[in-house]
Design a protein around this ligand. Structure first.
Ligand SMILES: Cc1cc2nc3c(=O)[nH]c(=O)nc-3n(C[C@H](O)[C@H](O)[C@H](O)COP(=O)(O)O)c2cc1C
Length: 221
């Protein structure tokens, strides 16, 4: 897909996978490769990824994820794990509590997008009991799992969930400053002119319709 925006819009959270359709290592490694190239604070790359394939372990992961059993149905489950101590060394509390989470979030999304480009489905799962998940995967104390990413071929693609319109999300220059017409505010005259042309065309169409109705009305008299 050449249009990145259309590509981003077409990704959905997948929670149902085609059973017995495995994902090859090449695809998994491409997803990890995508994670490896995500931005990270000071390029610290303070993350690790566990690829879970063992069915019993996947079930235990699903249980730790507050019994989201569908996770265990994915052929592959990737766990993104932060190493906050490394970020703390360079950036203090902000590195430990914020950058580590952000770094893993960037890597997680890269995994999901690469998977999507390969025709694979994923979901981002962060509702889990952290201690339980750490026990299941023997994760050392200092490391903190951030996201569980089940990976497989989608058996069901949900419809686009509601997304807030752009006008509700954007302020200009300062907090709460909503602009009703961003295109004209940004002096984007091509948009403004195109809009005016469209309005004029519609008005002309309306006039033409009325004239036609009048003529055919007179002819029928
Ligand atoms: C931080 C975070 C945590 C999430 N945790 C879960 C989760 O535990 N279980 C789940 O089914 N989906 C989870 N999701 C997925 C969201 O529900 C999903 O992205 C959202 O409904 C929008 O749907 P879309 O991804 O198809 O656009 C999570 C997403 C994010 C970003």
């Amino acid at each position: 897909m050449s249009d990145i925006l259309e590509f981003l819009k077409s990704r959905r959270s997948i929670r149902k996978f085609i059973p017995n359709k495995p994902v090859d290592w090449d695809s998994v490694s491409r997803c990890i490769e995508a994670a490896r190239h995500a931005p990270s604070s000071g390029n610290l790359q303070n993350w690790k990824f566990i690829v879970v394939l063992e069915p019993d372990l996947k079930k235990a992961v699903a249980e730790a994820a507050l019994q989201q059993w569908w996770i265990a149905e994915a052929p592959v489950v990737i766990i993104a794990i932060a190493e906050p101590d490394r970020a703390e060394r360079y950036y203090g509390v902000r590195g430990e509590r914020l950058y580590s989470i952000q770094n893993c979030a960037a890597a997680t999304l890269n995994i999901m997008l690469e998977a999507h480009s390969l025709g694979l489905g994923t979901a981002w799962v962060s509702a889990f009991d952290e201690d339980a998940l750490k026990r299941v995967l023997s994760i050392e104390d200092f490391a903190r799992p951030q996201a569980i990413i089940p990976l497989g071929y989608a058996a069901e693609i949900p419809p686009v969930p509601p997304k807030f319109p752009i006008e509700q999300l954007v302020y200009f220059n300062v907090w709460r400053n909503r602009i009703r017409d961003p295109a004209s505010y940004m002096r984007d005259y091509s948009v403004v002119i195109a809009r005016e042309i469209k309005k004029t065309k519609e008005a002309l169409k309306g006039v033409a319709k009325k004239v036609k109705e009048k003529i055919t009305g007179q002819e029928n008299k």
